[in-house]
Each structure stands twice: as C-alpha cells, then as structure tokens.
Design a protein around this ligand. Structure first.
Ligand SMILES: NC(=O)c1ccc[n+]([C@@H]2O[C@H](COP(=O)([O-])OP(=O)(O)OC[C@H]3O[C@@H](n4cnc5c(N)ncnc54)[C@H](OP(=O)(O)O)[C@@H]3O)[C@@H](O)[C@H]2O)c1
Length: 311
C-alpha cells in the first residue's frame, strides 16, 4: 500500500502549471510533474520531480500516479492540427483520468473552460464539455475550474494582442467588438487550484477575473496603458480572421484559431452575472508590467517544437 503524499501537476514547467507548482512547493508539498517536456527550463532547481505524461503507456501512467494524492490537470492542446487534434487531446485526457482512477488518486483538479458544451460546434468547447462529464461520472473526487482566458507574462493571447498593438497603427476589431472578455490572472487561477487540492467536495467553479470589459474596451484600455494612439477599425470577422492568419503565418504561428475567434465573437469568454473568483485586475496588472508585456511575441507553435526553453 503506497502512502499518498505527492501532488502531481501536468505541465509544471508550462504556464498555469508553473504558478501552481510554485504555490505547492511554498506550502511544503512534494510535487511531481507529468510532462513531455522534461528538460524545459524552469525555476524549481530540481525540487519538482519529473515523470512522463505517457498516454500511449497507460500502465506506466498508473505507476507514475501510485503515490499521488491530488492530480492537477492542465493538459490540453490549444491549436488542433492533423497530427494532434482536440479529439486526440480528449482521448489522452480520458487515459489520464482512467489511470488516476486505477492508481487510487484521491482528487482531480481539472482545468476546463468557461461555457463548455458537449453540443458545441467548436471542437475545443465540445471536448471540454465532454471531459467534464467523464470526470463527473468517474467516481473520483473532482474540482473543475472554468477560466475564460488567462493573463500573465508567459501567456499567449493577451500578450500577443499587446504585441500587435505596440506595432500596428491600425488594428482591426473583429465585428463590432461588443462581445466580452473576463480574463483571470494565472496566479489567481493557481490559488484556486491549490485551494481545491485541499478539499474533497465535488465542485464546478467559474474562474473569472474581476473585470468584464467588451473586446473593444479592452483594446482601448490596453492602448491607453501603452500610451499609443491606435485606429481601432471594425472589420467583418472573416476579414479580421484572414488578417490574423497572415500575421500568424508571418510569425510562424497561429495568432488566433478559428475556434478561439468564433468563441470570442459568440461571447463565450465571459459568464454574465457570476461573481469573480480572481482578484487581480488586468488593467492594473498591465500598467505594472507594461515594460515587459507584449514586447516579445509568444509563439505557441515554437513552444511545442522547442521543449527546452522556458515559455
Ligand atoms: N491559456 C489560456 O488563456 C486558457 C484559457 C482558458 C482555459 N485554459 C485552459 O487552462 C489549461 C492550462 O492552460 P495553459 O495555458 O496553462 O497550458 P500550458 O501550460 O501551455 O500546457 C499545459 C499542458 O498541456 C500540454 N500541452 C499543451 N499543448 C500541447 C501540445 N500541442 N501537445 C502536447 N502537449 C501539449 C503541456 O505539455 P508539456 O508539459 O509537455 O509542455 C502541458 O502539460 C488548459 O486546459 C487550457 O485549456 C487556458
């Protein structure tokens, strides 16, 4: 019989996983990461032990989880492509949940998305909705956290918006820009995950920041913080999308995926009438960090190719 003392974080050298691992270590927990990027630069100086996130070896995954008390799952694939689709990410996550069940893990803290929906035409949202049901029906103790969009210095979406605003005198707004975004600070999400690791109550929690602005308001706010006058030009969403495709190709990346754009303009990046769970205001955090925010393009595709450099 193994004693369960370990807290396992998928992707502890990535974005949200790194903030969570730091919190767990500060609290004196024994932390392992399940990752396919074992050599990625990280600030933990060997304090986080590495085990493989081997979806093709379920038995090995079970062994990796034998001494684990709580599994925090950040695993997901942002950009679906033929070699690794959202459906693959769903299957892999099911393998992970099953392995956790077989290993006797006491609790899973799982990151989902705001407004997941098994019936959604968007594979990202459909997959997340399905996985919530799988976890609920697994018999494991669970907490599901639903962020809309994260911000932090290693983040992609907000960082790259600011990166583009720094460089472009004219910036296209998809449609009228009236749809909302409610971003949560990555360390506020990590705090929620940490707290949920200590509970055994089955819960589904919104993970939303305190500010709920329209996309157009966010762009104006970020331009104000940058101190740059920009012409924010409403353009049809399809035209904005193709503009972003060109920009992404130029950077060797995908600036915004079809699913992300569809979700944004369908108002899925916020949940009206829900009390915020994060406390950090993006508008204030951006002011404090503007010297570093959006200075460098955050390239999601390069992060997957280069598994050694830090985000
Ligand atoms: N970032 C956001 O704005 C945002 C918004 C809403 C919801 N979420 C959700 O929050 C969770 C964590 O997001 P994050 O931004 O913190 O993620 P992340 O650190 O970039 O990645 C988390 C984990 O997923 C793995 N991973 C990511 N992309 C992969 C790929 N293409 N192929 C194989 N493995 C991949 C990483 O593997 P390695 O350890 O091998 O690197 C890592 O274990 C996800 O479930 C995401 O859906 C994020």
């Amino acid at each position: 019989m193994h004693q369960r003392t370990v807290h396992a974080v998928t992707g502890a050298f990535g974005f949200s996983g790194k903030y969570l691992a730091a919190r767990l270590l500060r609290a004196g927990r024994k932390v392992v990461t399940l990752t396919n990027s074992p050599d990625r630069a990280n600030p933990f100086e060997g304090a986080v032990l590495v085990r493989p996130l081997a979806f093709d070896q379920p038995d090995a995954l079970v062994e990796s989880l034998r001494d684990v008390e709580v599994l925090y799952n950040t695993y997901w694939v942002r950009l679906s492509h033929p070699r690794l689709t959202h459906a693959d990410a769903v299957r892999n996550t099911e393998v992970l949940f099953r392995a956790a069940g077989r290993a006797g893990v006491e609790r899973i803290v799982h990151i989902s998305i705001a407004n997941p929906d098994e019936q959604s035409p968007l594979a990202y949202y459909r997959g997340k909705g399905y996985l919530e049901r799988v976890l609920k029906e697994s018999g494991l103790s669970y907490a599901v956290l639903r962020p809309a969009v994260l911000f932090g210095l290693e983040g992609v979406l907000i960082n790259n918006l600011v990166w583009a605003l720094r460089r472009m005198p004219v910036f296209g707004i998809f449609g009228d820009g009236s749809y909302h975004m409610q971003p949560i600070y990555v360390d506020d999400l990590a705090a929620l995950m940490f707290d949920q690791g200590a509970s055994r109550e089955n819960v589904i929690l919104h993970a939303l920041g305190p500010e709920d602005f329209s996309y157009a308001q966010w762009l104006r706010t970020l331009c104000g913080i940058l101190g740059r006058k920009r012409l924010l030009l409403p353009v049809p969403s399809w035209l904005g999308y193709w503009g972003s495709v060109l920009l992404g190709r130029f950077m060797g990346d995908v600036f915004v995926s079809r699913d992300e754009l569809a979700a944004l303009t369908a108002d899925l990046l916020h949940v009206p009438g829900v009390a915020p769970t994060g406390t950090t205001r993006l508008s204030e955090w951006a002011k404090d960090n503007i010297a570093r925010l959006g200075v460098r393009y955050a390239n999601e595709t390069a992060r997957r190719r280069d598994r050694v450099s830090a985000y």
